[in-house]
Design a protein around this ligand. Sequence first.
Ligand SMILES: Nc1nc2c(ncn2[C@@H]2O[C@H](COP(=O)(O)OP(=O)(O)OP(=O)(O)O)[C@@H](O)[C@H]2O)c(=O)[nH]1
Ligand SMILES: [Mg+2]
Length: 362
Amino acid sequence: MQIAIIGLPNSTKTTVFNALTRGSSETTAYSSGKFNMNTGTVTVPDLRVDRLTTMFKPRKTAYAQVMYADISGLDKGVGKGGLTGSLLNALSESDALLHVVRGFEDATVPHSEGSIDPKRDIEIVDIELLLSDLGIVEKRIDRLKSELDRDAKKPDRPVKETELALLQRVQAHLVAERPLRCMELTTAEMKMLRNFGLLTLKPMLVVLNVGDRLPPDALAPLAYYQHQKTTIVALQGRLEMELAQMSPEEAAEFMPEYGITELGLNRLISVSYDLLGLQSFFTVGEDEVRAWTIPVGATAVEAAGVIHSDLAKGFIRAEVVAYDALIAAGGMVAASQKGQVRLEGRDYVVQDGDIMNIRFNI
Ligand SMILES: Nc1nc2c(ncn2[C@@H]2O[C@H](COP(=O)(O)OP(=O)(O)OP(=O)(O)O)[C@@H](O)[C@H]2O)c(=O)[nH]1
Ligand SMILES: [Mg+2]
């Protein structure tokens, strides 16, 4: 799972990336404008994993992880012929976009548009993404049309006609400047569009870097931005980066000084996890307590496959107990005595927080 960080030059993308990944990539007041990509893996904090660790005292604890990619070089104008090359590839291959917008004044940090205006900046990048999608869709429409003209009697004609009709709907949606994630699509249509790597179809999270002070109404100017599946989070970028680069003890000491009780980036990480439509199930034992990532709707056999392909191949049954039931019972044996541990088959739809033990045979 990869989330690509995008935004105008100098919009503080690398700062947010460093905050998320506890990294120390160079942040500069002058944008290089060149394409470059850095990736980092982020642990998803989860109180449930902490409580399971207390309960089972395993030798090892493993949290869910998400990869973030810091991408530079997305500038107004590069999209005149659509985003191209390595930049477009990197964006199309990601599962979601994290769009960083600058919302603070600082005379020492130049702004590519010459003034601070988050609403305008969001629109510049949004239009860029829309144009890129429109370019891809129109190229495909032209091609389908000429194929349909040429081979009037080919057996795959109905399939192509269906695709053409869908793409024309998609085109109209984009021309109306609406991102594709707001479009009503059936599962079959989603599948048809999946291979195009369309950018506005991806879930998007907007991060407003409010700078060194967090006003209580920080998000008010962006209230209009209510696209479906878009969440806006305010973050004190540089402060969060600096705290993330400290040891947890040091950070805990500094946080009261800045009047914050919880790292903003922890919330940001959880929000992006939800945004991706992801959820966790857990495996527990003396050896390891571990969170595994699956999409919402995944079945028991799919979940088994995330652990190891052999578990999916030789799947017999899953022993399942809900997180809350296990905590309430106080332990596995007690949960079992209360009849809370169920046996489920391969098609069981896994629920967020299920604790699973896969029985298999190979
Ligand atoms: N005052 C202030 N400055 C910040 C804050 N966050 C980032 N900056 C500064 O903004 C400048 C740009 O930050 P970067 O993170 O390098 O921006 P970027 O979007 O990665 O830039 P490019 O990759 O070059 O396009 C740097 O000089 C940062 O120190 C903040 O919260 N407050
Ligand atoms: Mg950068």
